[in-house]
Design a protein around this ligand. Structure first.
Ligand code: S3P
Length: 159
């Protein structure tokens, strides 16, 4: 386990940070949140990267960090990580375990309802539902494991 990279992917609100921290703890490995790594690199919070530098710049930094990622551990990614083809290639082709957290839309919707994430505040609920539907095949394309639950031990039993 010690050298393994376990990437958690999935839409906003699926529990990547929550389950990722529990998983890293149980596996006695490090936990990383790629959004925090992006914030450190840009020296700005995600919302301000979007508003001041634009989404394209955010995606550029996100891709650069992911594609140079070398640290073993559990890594929570942003919901849009799978939009970039090279990101998908990186996730799939390297010696990674990729877990797609995939609860129902109702669970996701309730979790992101009052979020100030830039992708959420710019969209209606119908548009977010559409975005979720549009992205799902990209998460699926990268996933070694698909997990619909919320219990970390149940997740570990699939690994
Ligand atoms: C995004 C998801 C966010 C963050 C950024 C863009 C997206 O991460 O990377 O706001 O495009 O879905 P979380 O999935 O951790 O909220």
């Amino acid at each position: 386990m010690n050298n393994k990279k376990i990437f958690l992917i999935g839409f906003m609100g699926v529990g990547k940070t929550y389950l990722g921290e529990l998983l890293a703890n149980d596996l006695e490995t490090e936990f990383y949140d790629l959004d925090l790594e992006i914030e450190k690199k840009a020296e700005l919070p995600v919302n301000e990267i979007f508003s001041e530098l634009g989404e394209a710049k955010f995606r550029e930094i996100e891709a650069e960090i992911l594609q140079n990622w070398n640290e073993p551990g559990v890594i929570s990614t942003g919901g849009g990580i799978i939009l970039d083809k090279k990101n998908r290639k990186f996730l799939k082709n390297s010696d990674n375990l990729v877990i797609w957290l995939n609860p129902s839309w109702d669970v996701i919707r309730s979790r992101i309802a009052n979020s100030y994430r830039p992708i959420v505040i710019q969209r209606t609920e119908g548009e977010l539902h559409q975005l979720w539907g549009d992205r799902n095949h990209l998460y699926q394309e990268c996933a070694d494991i698909i997990f619909e639950g919320s219990d970390v031990h149940e997740l570990m039993s699939l690994m």
